[in-house]
Design a binder for this molecule. Structure first.
Ligand SMILES: [Zn+2]
Length: 399
């Protein structure tokens, strides 16, 4: 079990109670490698329940009384510079905390039992990463580094929620900033800004005041950028502007929600990006998947042998805390495994297929015949090699 937090020595009546509780939670979260902290108001029962996510698993971390003068949620909102007297609207913000000036994103949501707050910690180390630190294979890294030196085109990182695509996009931008001599003009448009990048000019969408993606992109293109980071391609308008910028001599780094590289390509076509823009503008398309790594220390003790385990059994087995292990606190998971499939260059048969409005499945088939190793194949390989538990491949519908 991971060590539960204790707050018994703090007095809820004290004026600094909420501040001390929040400090303690944040510090413990950093020590335990927590990615998200959930604070839920417990309504009439009073108090706040605390859960947190470690290596992809959400764990209960206790419940505690709320402060009498300042509530715990209000303290978090103050740190994130949110409007503390509004409980009835969702709010989003960012905060810097601790001696190392770590960053976190804070989101609130009004719920039936009171306000809920989720704090996403941005690991200092991951937001300082270069592409080499992501855990990508060498051939993809070489392709990525090469494309990031180019003057124009789109470098697109696709993936589902939680696949680490933003971390990869930041690492790409960092590589650009590191390589650039003389300095290239680097501008970003994000919602929200997840980490500060020295040397880049970052702008954040603010829907509340009417500053949306399309306004932002129009303004950004007038800022004489050479390299732009567009947080996410989410609709036809953003897609059109990204490719237009790429065709007129800018390097654009962006992310997109998709299950596979072929799915991303299909979605771009569905967003009315003309095939010839894709052929000349899409420099690199990756789709990633972030798996929960198996703890190397205890994995052999808690993995059922493959001969005896039906899938249900394995699923249960691997999610149960099994043995006492100091490396993973008995969860069986440690670290992450990043997988990525890279779309082969858009030429030859793949290019011809683009014009024939093919579905994602046939695009994937051609990409595979050209040597693309799919996320599903890579997931199965990782499970066979023991880098992840078998339930990670079950999660993606693989046997
Ligand atoms: Zn372990």
């Amino acid at each position: 079990m991971h060590s539960p937090l204790t707050f018994g020595d703090l007095d809820p009546r004290a004026s600094d109670y909420a501040a001390r509780v929040v400090d303690r939670i944040l510090q413990a979260a950093v020590t335990h490698g927590v990615s998200d902290i959930h604070l839920d108001a417990q309504g009439k029962a009073g108090g706040v329940s605390l859960k947190w996510r470690i290596d992809g698993n959400l764990l209960a971390a206790g419940s505690l009384p709320d402060g009498e003068s300042t509530s715990i949620v209000a303290r978090v909102k103050a740190l994130a510079r949110l409007i503390t007297y509004r409980y009835d609207i969702p709010q989003e913000g960012r905060m810097i905390f601790g001696e190392q000036a770590l960053e976190a994103r804070v989101g609130t949501l009004p719920t039936l039992h009171g306000e809920r707050v989720v704090i996403r910690l941005i690991a200092k180390q991951t937001c300082e990463w270069l592409p080499e630190q992501l855990g990508l294979p060498n051939d993809i890294l070489t392709a990525m580094r090469g494309q990031l030196r180019s003057d124009s085109g789109v470098v697109l990182i696709a993936g589902t929620a939680g696949s680490g695509k933003t971390t990869t996009a930041y690492a790409c931008l960092r590589a650009v900033l590191q390589d650039a001599a003389p300095q290239r003009s680097v501008v970003t448009l994000e919602d929200p800004i997840e980490a500060e990048l020295a040397g880049a000019c970052q702008s954040q969408i603010n829907q509340a005041v009417g500053y949306d993606w399309s306004d932002g992109l129009k303004a950004l293109l007038r800022q004489d950028p050479e390299v732009t980071l567009v947080g996410e391609i989410r609709d036809a308008q953003t897609a059109a502007m990204v490719f237009q910028a790429a065709m007129t001599g800018q390097l654009v780094i962006s992310t997109m929600h998709a299950r596979s590289a072929a799915d991303a390509l299909r979605r771009l076509l569905d967003m009315q990006v003309p095939p010839h823009h894709l052929l000349s503008g899409l420099n690199l398309l990756l789709c990633q998947r972030l798996l929960r790594g198996a703890c190397a220390q205890c994995r052999d003790e808690q993995r059922p042998s493959s001969s005896q385990g039906d899938s249900q059994h394995e699923l249960r087995e691997a999610s149960e805390p099994a043995v006492s292990c100091s490396t993973c606190d008995g969860s069986g998971y440690a670290g992450r495994v990043l997988l990525a499939e890279q779309l082969p260059p858009l030429e030859g048969e793949l290019a011809r297929t683009l014009w024939q409005s093919a579905d994602a499945r046939s695009l994937a088939g051609i990409a595979q015949s050209l040597g693309m190793r799919t996320l599903d194949t890579l997931t199965q390989e990782a499970a066979r090699a023991g880098r992840v538990h078998a339930n990670e491949s079950i999660r993606y519908g693989l046997g």
